[in-house]
Design a protein around this ligand. Structure first.
Ligand code: SF4
Length: 135
């Protein structure tokens, strides 16, 4: 479904235009890194800053995944090319604990026989999964 979203397409074009020289979409098991720089920096490219918390935890998950599966301690960088902004992300112990709680919640939801009812938020309007939740 994600492939059909115009916003996802816009994100892909942004990736291509701004980061063509170093774009490396690196697939490692279940995660896909936009690119790696300076040997230890995982970079994610984002279109806007609207869902910054989701962006943050996506990247924290990548850092956590690399740490727990490969024993690699890496840094993260969120890139917002339209805002000309970069944000450094670190997997601190507090963030790691928060992430583990989120992963437990996800596991609990997955194990339910019936998914919980979706709760409408403003960002549902532009979410690539809108059809799945609201049709
Ligand atoms: S449309 Fe669904 S998946 Fe997307 S933000 Fe809303 S509830 Fe979440």
């Amino acid at each position: 479904m994600k492939k059909e979203s115009d916003l996802v397409k816009l994100g892909e074009i942004l990736h291509q235009e701004r980061y063509q020289k170093r774009l490396k979409e690196i697939q490692i098991d279940r995660i896909k890194l936009d690119f790696i720089e300076n040997k230890n920096e995982i970079h994610e490219i984002k279109r806007a800053k609207k869902m910054e918390n989701a962006h943050l935890f996506q990247l924290l998950y990548y850092l956590y995944y690399m740490k727990t599966n490969f024993d690699l301690i890496l840094q993260g960088v969120l890139n917002y090319p339209l805002l000309r902004k970069k944000i450094q992300i670190e997997l601190t112990l507090d963030k790691e604990k928060e992430l583990q709680d989120i992963l437990l919640d996800i596991k609990r939801i997955i194990e339910k026989d019936v998914p919980p009812e979706p709760i409408w938020k403003n960002y549902c309007k532009s979410c690539a999964y809108g059809d799945l939740c609201w049709s």
